[in-house]
Design a binder for this molecule. Structure first.
Ligand code: SF4
Ligand code: SF4
Length: 70
């Protein structure tokens, strides 16, 4: 299982990670963050395959991915 952590304070809501995820795991938050953007949030944690596409496309290095040991 993979854990995707998205930095909600730094994210500027560009949506690149949302478009890149082949499993539609990421969407926009309903709230705004302090810099005025709907940040990206994980909505389907169990569907994540750990492919790292979201991590690779984020221009602001907001995403970290960990593999959880069983
Ligand atoms: S690691 Fe892959 S499957 Fe998981 S959220 Fe990122 S793009 Fe989606
Ligand atoms: S690619 Fe990065 S900056 Fe853009 S929405 Fe995703 S986490 Fe936020």
């Amino acid at each position: 299982m993979f854990i995707v952590i998205i930095n909600s304070k730094k994210c500027k809501g560009c949506g690149l990670c949302i478009q890149a995820c082949p499993k539609q795991c990421i969407s926009y938050s309903k709230q705004f963050n302090k810099i005025g953007y709907h940040w990206a949030v994980m909505i389907k944690k169990d569907a994540c395959t750990g492919c790292s596409f979201c991590y690779m496309v984020c221009p602001d290095i907001c995403i970290k991915i960990y593999e959880k040991a069983n």
